[in-house]
Design a protein around this ligand. Structure first.
Ligand code: DAH
Length: 338
């Protein structure tokens, strides 16, 4: 009997559906059973006598419906499983604390520059800016360093093809300050300077200085020393060990080298202090009469002191940084420490 065959096929198909392990397997069963050449397509009902054909037709339709719904149910099971496993994989713990925002921080040189600016503005000094591309006049001549003066060789200069140069120090801003503001004058000028130098742990072609100048009536070495001590104790939050040596700079007379005991090695000797235990930190002096005169200030009426602080070197001392090349390295591991 055809119905019996259909029943058997249906039962076999249901068993295979039940056994199918994944969607591909299930699809294979569907093709085998319901496909155009599938097992249910083999019945040629047209050849049956009409009574039997009716019964067989009903059985066939019933079997198709049963199987279709069995396929559907199984398919939904697979879909649910797939969804579950995806949810498991993609599950997010929304109660985990978020990795907080990572704020930037100031560059160590900027930190020190800001502190010194605060200190000096509180003492009545103006903070001036000057060009990094300077004229020969402002960088040298107006500072009492005429052409052929041996002091020009003290600083290896990056000359530009138009005769200008990258300033080798912040001292030209003194000149611009005197020209623009006249006496009495209290100013500092932080900024980048450039030297055509061999780079090593303590030398860079680009670094930061801070120039300071005070012009007034009756300015003496005592004033200079007072301001330098105030400056250093503010920076190091303690009395720094210093020594004053005579120093030669064409734009000051007398000129001094103020050295500070190396804070990296505590005077024992290290690469930063070149094993000497001392670091040249603060060249300074009383402004040379020629310098005042060239900027239109009468040296008989006015005097002044000036100093040039190595901001980069100061940052090395303050933070115990033993390689100047780190400052412009852009290395975040370095920068994030400040
Ligand atoms: N401009 C000098 C330099 O870069 C530093 C300096 C020395 C500045 C003595 C001064 C000073 O104002 O009085 O080497």
């Amino acid at each position: 009997m055809v119905e019996d065959q259909i029943q058997q096929l249906q039962a076999a198909a249901l068993a295979r559906i039940e056994e199918a392990r994944d969607r591909d397997a299930l699809e294979q069963v569907r093709v085998d059973v319901l496909g155009r050449k599938g097992s249910l397509a083999q019945f040629d009902l047209g050849k049956l006598p009409s009574e039997e054909r009716k019964i067989a037709g009903k059985a066939l339709n019933a079997a198709k419906q049963v199987l279709a719904s069995a396929f559907e149910t199984k398919d939904q099971t697979f879909a649910a499983e797939a969804l579950n496993s995806r949810l498991k994989q993609e599950w997010l713990d929304l109660t985990l604390p978020a990795p907080g925002p990572r704020p930037g921080s100031l560059h160590p040189v900027t930190i020190i520059q800001n502190e010194i600016e605060d200190l000096f503005t509180s003492l009545g000094f103006a903070v001036l800016d000057g060009p990094e591309v300077e004229t020969e006049y402002h960088n040298f001549d107006a500072l009492n360093i005429p052409p052929e003066h041996p002091a020009r060789d003290m600083q290896d200069t990056f000359w530009l093809s138009n005769g200008h140069l990258l300033r080798t120090h912040t001292s030209p801003v003194q000149v611009r300050g005197m020209e623009r503001l006249g006496p009495p004058l209290r100013m500092i000028a932080p900024g980048r300077v450039f030297r055509n130098e061999e780079v090593d742990a303590s030398h860079e072609h680009t670094f930061y200085q801070l120039e300071g100048m005070m012009v007034d009536r009756k300015v003496s070495v005592a004033h200079l020393i007072y301001f330098m001590k105030t400056l250093l104790s503010a920076i190091f939050h303690r009395e720094a060990v210093v020594r004053l040596r005579p120093g030669y700079f064409p734009f000051v007379e007398p000129g001094f080298e103020l050295d500070i005991g190396c804070l990296i090695c505590a005077g024992v000797g290290c690469p930063v202090c070149k094993q000497s235990g001392w670091v040249e930190l603060l060249p300074c002096g009383l402004v040379h009469p020629n310098v005042l005169r060239m900027s239109g200030i009468d040296p008989d009426e006015w005097g002044g002191f000036a100093f040039g602080l190595g901001l980069t070197r100061l940052a090395m001392m303050r933070y115990g940084i033993d390689d100047i090349r780190l400052f412009a390295s852009g290395d975040l591991r370095f920068l994030r420490q400040f």
